[in-house]
Design a binder for this molecule. Structure first.
Ligand SMILES: [Zn+2]
Ligand SMILES: [Zn+2]
Length: 443
């Protein structure tokens, strides 16, 4: 009680001092004070936002898109997402990164997070989240579990409790899936699809979409979780936060084909003791064909999207897409073998030292809708990696299906497609050395 009285007296003294200060000194003081008054700052921001919205109600013009900043937290994960002034933090690096996370949020002017997401309780994912909760309040906190014994998890739990919220373990079954809107972006928890008895495999898998662009945050999942996730009809994403820092036990061919990312980001520390990212995973990413970005080589990686195209800015200019085919391991895969003969993407210069900012057009099957205009296409990096191919006929560009292990291509419905079914154009299938199945006779 005595302490309470002392605090009250202190608070009153501070209020009086502030009154005096605002009367007697320059505007700078006011500005400084407002930075520390989180609540007031927040309400000011919100009223400013509602003003904007009232003049331009519910139009596209009011939307600023989606910005995803993969923070360089060394051998760990952290990403700050923003849409229309609303923020979500997915993982927060190691405990040693608390200060870094705190500074990032303060610099960005984040006073309130719509959600803070701990994909799983390993220290390299939740260690720095207490720093985030010191810098900003959070409306919601998610984690893959409520039961973990680690010091990092206890610190996280305490920080969440002192924010007067409780940790939510989101529903992630195929029938009931928790989701969240922040700004104009949509966030969904896709996984884990069951209990794998392993904290990495049980990582929360989060998909964030804005119009036609989506980001998949795969935590530290491994092959078991990936196999189930690959079956989800909406697992495809424009950008993949590569699972488990590029571990060789993650990023299976099956998973990468299902996600089919245009860009991949590996959050990893240089010279880490795990040997991440492994040459096996780099090889599989290379075969999959996405543009690779790495926090160990490029520092913070910021991707901004208007819902159609993505602009990438890297803190350091070093190229990340430097995988050499000679590093290839002995894992056999038909696509891996086929890609050996294709031109190396290291020459494309997408992430070269001078091009810190690139705007790349989509080349996925949604290419028509994603390449909004010729103007936008012209700002895109020329895709030097694509060999100039002769025009293809409708027959060649029609879809056939291949399997994970087979060497044949099939028509839809062929009985050999019961285990896996990967769509591919007839021309691509032929180019990669697949031959027509003699049962369904695709021609
Ligand atoms: Zn990790
Ligand atoms: Zn982990």
């Amino acid at each position: 009680m005595r302490i309470f009285k002392q605090l009250l007296a202190c608070a009153m003294a501070i209020v009086m001092l502030m009154c005096l200060a605002s009367c007697a000194t320059t505007k700078d003081v006011d500005t400084d004070i407002s930075v520390y008054q989180n609540e007031n700052n927040d309400s000011t921001a919100e009223s400013a936002l509602s003003k904007t919205q009232s003049t331009t109600p519910e139009t596209d013009n009011a939307q600023t898109g989606l910005k995803v900043r993969f923070l360089d937290v060394g051998q760990a994960d952290a990403a700050l997402l923003e849409s229309d002034g609303h923020y979500v933090l997915i993982d927060g690096g190691n405990a040693a990164d608390s200060q870094l996370i705190y500074t990032v949020l303060k610099k960005e002017g984040v006073t309130s997070l719509d959600a803070i997401i701990a994909t799983h309780p390993d220290e390299d994912h939740i260690g720095g989240l207490s720093g985030a909760l010191n810098a900003a309040s959070a409306k919601k906190a998610y984690c893959s579990t409520l039961n973990s014994d680690t010091k990092a998890f206890r610190n996280f739990t305490q920080a969440v409790q002192s924010s007067n919220i409780s940790i939510i373990v989101p529903q992630t079954t195929t029938t009931t899936r928790e989701s969240l809107e922040f700004g104009s972006a949509h966030l969904e928890f896709l996984g884990p699809l069951k209990d794998y008895g392993d904290e990495n495999e049980n990582s929360l898998v989060v998909k964030v979409s804005y119009k036609q662009v989506s980001f998949l945050f795969a935590g530290d999942v491994g092959k078991n979780s990936e196999t189930d996730l690959a079956q989800l009809p909406d697992i495809e994403a424009t950008v993949l936060k590569v699972p488990h820092h590029g571990s060789k036990y993650s990023s299976s061919y099956q998973f990468l084909r299902a996600v089919n990312p245009e860009y991949s980001v590996i959050s990893v520390g240089s010279d880490n003791t795990y040997g991440h990212p492994t040459s096996e995973t780099l090889g599989r990413l290379k075969d999959q064909g996405s543009k690779l970005f790495r926090t160990d080589l490029q520092g913070d990686i910021t991707m901004t999207t208007d819902g159609e195209k993505i602009t990438v800015a890297t803190e350091k200019g070093q190229a990340a897409d430097v995988y050499k085919p000679n590093d290839q391991n002995d894992e056999t895969d038909p696509l891996a073998a086929a890609s050996e003969s294709s031109p190396s993407e290291t020459t494309s210069g997408t992430a070269n030292s001078t091009a810190n900012e690139i705007a790349a057009s989509q080349t996925s099957s949604d290419a028509d809708s994603l390449n909004a205009s010729a103007d936008e296409a012209s700002t895109a990096e020329p895709s030097a990696a694509q060999p100039s191919s002769p025009p293809v006929s409708d027959y060649d560009s029609s879809i056939v299906y291949i399997t994970n292990s087979g060497k044949k291509y099939h028509l839809d419905g062929c009985r050999y497609l019961s285990k896996s079914k990967i769509p591919i154009t007839r021309a691509d299938a032929k180019a990669k050395g697949y031959t027509p199945c003699s049962t369904c006779n695709p021609g």
